[in-house]
Design a protein around this ligand. Structure first.
Ligand SMILES: [Fe+2]
Length: 304
């Protein structure tokens, strides 16, 4: 209880600092402009930015991600695989089920065979119940697989028990083989890089020579991932960075990464491997996004 209260105080303090900063900036600008028209234009621009940011945050887009490999079995060529991440339920969303219900309906309409979740169900512990009451409606013929994100450690026990109740497969340094009559693939998952204890050897232990998808919440892990493990992995799926959340043509000052914008969004390839970082669906601090559209990834596997 003490921790929750101190976190709440921290959040309120951040908000007060931000509002005070904006007010001071506005006063300085007003005095320096000495022109009511420019000042009015500035205020209108700020209001438009906020309205658009809230709107963009409420949208959902589909991103088709095509992966070609000679390791992909024929049984997976027409498989519907959906990947999404970073629901980030928080203060602004706790009583608002609409957004998560929209996400669930959006995914169910795609009639997925497999659903992959990249972690961060919540921002802080208050969102857990709402998220799982709604996620219980997700359907996937061959199962739902998930890793933990750093924020999920705020309510680790409850999230773990809800995942188990709903039959969602937790990949915490382990893997699952998905079988069809025409071959199998492996979905592996690694524990969170910031709050958990990642063990890539354990995570990829069951992959053998099969086509392997690795769920890894935080793309920063890619920087220290051993080359041998990268070679074993055919595609790494990450989230965490929210596409920067607030961007201006690629300039994103608040990317939660040690490497700036390097892992902000999209596909990054090296000699031995590739990682796709989704922009995810939620955000932190404000329910706003700018030039970082929320997305759900439609993973298309094609045999070379
Ligand atoms: Fe995260």
């Amino acid at each position: 209880m003490k921790n929750t209260n101190s976190r709440k105080r921290l959040k309120i303090r951040e908000l007060i600092y931000l509002i005070l900063g904006f007010c001071v900036f506005t006063v300085i600008l007003t005095v320096s402009m000495k022109n009511i028209y420019w000042f009015t234009a500035y205020i209108l621009l700020c209001v438009s930015f906020v309205i658009y940011g809230v709107y963009e945050n409420s949208t959902i887009h589909t991103k088709d991600l095509v992966i070609e490999s000679d390791k992909i079995p024929l049984g997976f060529e027409n498989m519907k695989i959906i990947f999404f991440a970073d629901i980030q339920m928080d203060y602004f969303y706790t009583k608002n089920r609409k957004k998560i219900r929209k996400i669930v309906n959006f995914i169910n309409k795609e009639k997925p065979d497999i659903i992959l979740f990249g972690g961060d169900y919540i921002n802080k512990a208050r969102g857990t119940e709402t998220v799982f009451e709604e996620l219980g409606f997700l359907k996937a013929g061959k199962g739902i697989y998930t890793v933990y994100g750093n924020h999920d450690y705020y309510d680790y026990k409850k999230i773990t028990s809800r995942l188990k109740e709903q039959g969602i497969n937790i990949l915490k340094n382990n893997s699952a083989e998905i079988k069809t009559e025409n071959g199998s693939i492996v979905i592996a998952g690694i524990d969170d890089y910031l709050r958990g204890t990642p063990d890539i050897e354990k995570a990829l232990g069951g992959s053998g020579d099969m086509f392997t998808i690795l769920l890894c919440h935080n793309p920063d892990y890619f920087e220290i991932m051993p080359e041998e493990a990268k070679e074993k992995t055919d595609i790494i799926l990450s989230g965490h960075t929210h596409g920067g959340q607030l961007n201006l043509f690629g300039f994103a000052p608040f990317v939660p990464s040690r490497y700036g914008s390097k892992y902000r969004y999209g596909m990054k390839e090296t000699k031995n491997s590739k990682i796709y970082i989704t922009s995810g669906l939620g955000g932190v601090v404000f329910p706003m996004r700018f030039m970082a559209r929320p997305e759900i990834v439609n993973l298309v596997l094609k045999k070379k």
